[in-house]
Design a protein around this ligand. Structure first.
Ligand SMILES: *Cc1c(COP(=O)(O)O)cnc(C)c1O
Length: 471
């Protein structure tokens, strides 16, 4: 077959592309090589040449850098720098959800950040008892702190609360029956469904009651020779309202004692301080469960507690000791960074007066409308300058939510800056949202009712936020 004129054309263009070695010899690329190394530079040049070949194949066009080594050096430097940019980088969470799972839930206290950095940089006494120079246990310090804070006999920690429920059930009830109310068969974010976790733990689920009402006698009737555990789960991401009835932990404990059975409760979030003290809606507290006689209580580290991702289990020493011995514990154990962050966070709870200042989650939840209104008034002109005539910027009252399944029906009065695209200016809501997401520190808002809402409750670095809009 004779080649077509286009093929001949393309071949002559391919022939004009230099080799990697020739490009490597360019003096203009020496600075790049010094900065990023020969291997990375060679790879970047290969990728650039590959892109140039595609360009020739598809558009019969030579790359624009071909006759300009300075231009080539710029391109290569930009490409190499982009590969070093960390993708898991900070964003502004103005979504109105304080504990946003997709944005990493709780932001940590400075004390925790410092503790993590230290634990990363230097060896730490993770499983090393400094007094007797023997082997300590990695959960020991957290266990002592949690016992002090909650009154529990003992405590341990795993990677997240889903893992806590899994290991709790595997330890207490593998191969046996667990009695749970139908109204409490929770699903948290699709992958965590109580019935599935039960199956994974090798337990048989015995559902009692109806979705809206469960009575003590329902539990009583379900108890049999194979029953290992009475279990409750906090319906943290939904509320059953109206004609409802559930059995409180204290009542369930009474029944369990008659049958010599343990009671466990999965609190989900679990607040270690009484949120009502700060005018916030009350959330069940682990210490109340312990006081009610519950044998094992599990809750998350990165929800209302305001710490790192972790699953905390508190309760009777006999059960905690058995959980610590379970083979799953090794698979689910926390690393030193998590433990350092958790320890520093829990220590803040030993000095509760300063918690609303030092714990970011509580700081954000307790922000007043007046503070947010003042912030809104300061930032409105800056945002209006940035949008130009593409959008109208207004200050509006709004409602934030706590998120991560904590206090599902409660909303906190807040203040937002809202953007409405101006008719005929070509800006769309999605376009505005995207422009904000493309800023060096992306701004995440919420689209609702034809506006983009920027809820200011979680905006702590107002200066940085304003500066990036001005630049
Ligand atoms: C959030 C939640 C979980 C899962 O906790 P993670 O820490 O996200 O694994 C389990 N149970 C309840 C009731 C929850 O609210």
């Amino acid at each position: 077959m004779t080649p077509s004129p286009e093929d001949i054309d393309a071949r002559s263009l391919f022939a004009r592309l230099p080799s990697v070695d020739r490009l490597l010899a360019l003096p203009e690329l020496q600075a790049s090589q010094a900065r990023h190394g020969l291997l990375a530079l060679t790879e970047a040049l290969r990728r650039l040449l590959e892109a140039a070949r595609s360009e020739i194949r598809e558009h019969a066009r030579l790359p624009d850098w071909l006759d300009s080594p300075e231009h080539l050096a710029e391109r290569i430097d930009a490409a190499l720098a982009a590969r070093q940019r960390v993708a898991l980088a900070p964003v502004y969470n103005l979504s109105g959800t304080v504990l946003h799972t997709n944005l990493g839930r709780a932001t940590l206290a400075e004390e925790a950040v410092v503790a993590v950095a230290a634990a990363m940089r230097e060896p730490v006494a993770l499983e090393y008892d400094l007094d007797s120079a023997g082997r300590g246990h990695r959960d020991r310090v957290i266990g002592e702190l949690l016992s002090e804070l909650t009154g529990a006999e003992a405590a341990c920690v795993v990677n997240n609360n889903a893992a806590a429920v899994l290991i709790l059930l595997s330890t207490v009830a593998a191969g046996r029956e667990v009695v749970v109310s139908r109204g409490e068969l929770v699903e948290i974010g699709g992958a965590f469904r109580m019935p599935d976790v039960m199956r994974q733990a090798g337990c048989r689920l015995v559902e009692v009651g109806a979705t809206n009402r469960t009575h003590l006698k329902d539990y009583r009737q379900a108890i049999g020779p194979d029953t290992a555990l009475l279990m409750k789960a906090h319906t943290s991401n939904y509320a059953i309202e109206g004609f409802t009835s559930s059995v409180a932990e204290a009542q369930l404990v009474g029944l369990a004692r008659e049958h010599d059975l343990p009671v466990a409760t999965d609190l989900g979030s679990g607040a270690l301080i009484d949120l009502a003290r700060y005018g916030l809606p009350a959330e069940p507290m682990p210490q109340q469960m312990i006081a009610a006689g519950v044998d094992l209580v599990s809750f998350s580290g990165d929800k209302l507690l305001g710490g790192p991702q972790a699953g905390l289990i508190i309760g009777r020493k006999v059960w905690i000791d058995r959980i610590l011995q379970h083979p799953l514990k090794r698979a689910l154990r926390c690393d030193k960074m998590t433990l350092a962050a958790l320890e520093a966070t829990l220590r803040l709870y030993l000095e509760p007066e300063s918690l609303p200042e030092r714990l970011p989650t509580l700081r954000k939840l307790t922000r007043t409308a007046a503070q947010m209104q003042a912030l809104a008034e300061r930032l409105r002109p800056v945002l209006a300058d940035w949008t130009g005539d593409a959008a109208a910027v207004t200050i509006e009252p709004c409602l934030s939510q706590i998120g991560s399944g904590s206090l599902p029906v409660e909303r906190l009065p807040s203040v937002a800056l809202t953007l409405i695209p101006t008719d005929g200016r070509g800006a769309t809501l999605e376009g505005l949202a995207e422009r904000l997401r493309r800023l060096p520190t992306p701004v995440i808002g919420r689209l609702k009712d034809g506006r983009l809402w920027l809820d200011l409750r979680c905006l702590e670095d107002a200066a940085g936020f304003g500066a990036q809009l001005r630049s």
